[in-house]
Design a protein around this ligand. Structure first.
Ligand SMILES: [Zn+2]
Length: 244
């Protein structure tokens, strides 16, 4: 027992750190809630305008020195998820770059958040809270896709053909996260419940019950953090007119 107890404690510790199922945590928690920081009086179709795109698809970045080596690796993995599937490139900022993304190691409970598209006045922050769901390549790639110019999948103009929002299960004050962007472009893609840009089906829930159902009123799996889906890639390619 003298040996077994510490081992058991170790296993419990490891389990509690590494074994939280990502999909489940996304499906049942508030991840990505309020993760878009809007610029004042935003034209919500803005990313369809040229000035919000990153010239030649190049996004210069700075990663705060506060991040640990391991955390930086997680950020690099997020870059890879995007630059291996699209024409977007991430390069360390040089003196010649005007606009750039600054990765901020966020405070406790700050979550992760960013802006949609290129703001265009120098530094724009992408906040990542360490020791949280945000410190995950998929979660950071989600934020980076906002920076690239994507809104949430369930904000698409056609979303009402695919999802029902269960307002009675929503926490007070979070409904703005489900704002529909009537004019945002979808580049001929089909609505995808498993888009990297889709919230989990219980996002913003006040009681653990689903906040989104499919059109038939069934609970379906929504959101994931593993990869960009075909539609996510097609939208990036559409915005930046990537070939291939
Ligand atoms: Zn988001």
């Amino acid at each position: 027992m003298g040996i077994e107890l510490p081992l058991l404690c170790f296993i419990i510790l490891v389990f509690s750190i590494y074994a939280v199922p990502i999909e489940d945590s996304q499906d049942s928690s508030n991840i990505f809630l309020n993760d878009i920081r809007e610029v004042e009086s935003e034209d919500r179709s803005a990313i369809s305008t040229k000035r919000r795109r990153w010239p030649r698809g190049i996004i210069p970045y700075v990663i705060s020195r506060r991040f640990t080596k391991k955390e930086r690796k997680t950020i690099y993995k997020a870059f890879k998820m995007i630059n291996s599937t699209t024409c977007i490139k991430f390069y360390p900022k040089t003196k010649r770059n005007g606009s750039y993304v600054h990765f901020v190691r966020g405070k406790k409970n700050s979550g992760c958040f960013s802006n949609v598209g290129r703001i265009g006045n120098g530094r724009q922050n992408l906040n990542v809270e360490p020791h949280s769901f945000c410190m995950n390549p998929g979660a950071i790639a989600h934020e980076l896709l906002h920076v690239v110019g994507l809104y949430h999948e369930m904000s698409r103009p056609d979303r009402d053909d695919y999802i029902k929002i269960v307002k009675e299960n929503l926490q007070p004050g979070v409904i703005s996260n489900w704002h529909k962007h009537r004019y945002s472009l979808t580049y001929g893609t089909k609505y995808d419940y498993l888009s990297l840009m889709h919230y989990g089906s219980r996002a913003g829930s006040k009681n653990g019950e689903p906040t989104m159902l499919n059109r038939k009123g069934n609970v379906v799996k929504m959101g994931q953090l593993k990869k960009l889906r075909k539609g996510d890639i097609a939208i990036v390619k559409g915005i930046y007119r990537c070939r291939g």
